[in-house]
Design a protein around this ligand. Structure first.
Ligand code: FE2
Length: 129
């Protein structure tokens, strides 16, 4: 299973772990801003040859048997340019903020893909009041 290759760790000591930041509790029907950052404590390299390619966010409501994909952000600009790697005019940063209205309490799962170091994940429980 692919899950055997999904890595996780303490984000304070591992630069690849997605950090999910949002309120712990939200009212039903309210928009919940959710920020996901890679390299919050220890910056991840962000170059043409080594970068975060995408971040995805899933949600599993309590009691559900499947996840719901909330967002998927692909970072397409990694400073590649006509003069070679790291010479281009645009470099995306490895974070994203999305907003979602959650119908019931559950768990958010963030995954991120580094083009060299693979797939990383973290989770956060959210209570819907
Ligand atoms: Fe990496």
């Amino acid at each position: 299973m692919l899950s055997e290759f999904v890595k996780s760790a303490d984000w304070k000591s591992e630069k690849h772990v997605p950090v999910i930041e949002c309120e712990d509790t939200v009212e039903s029907g309210s928009c919940l801003p959710i920020k996901i950052t890679i390299g919050k404590e220890i910056p991840h390299p962000n170059t043409t040859n080594h970068h975060i390619a995408w971040i995805a966010l899933h949600y599993v409501p309590e009691g559900a048997q499947t996840s719901v994909e909330i967002s998927r952000t692909e970072f397409s600009s990694h400073a590649a340019g006509a003069d070679g790697p790291d010479s281009g005019p645009a470099l995306t940063c490895s974070y994203v903020t999305v907003c979602a209205k959650l119908a019931k309490s559950g768990t958010l799962y963030a995954t991120a893909y580094c083009n060299i170091h693979g797939l990383w994940a973290s989770e956060k429980i959210v209570t819907v009041a």
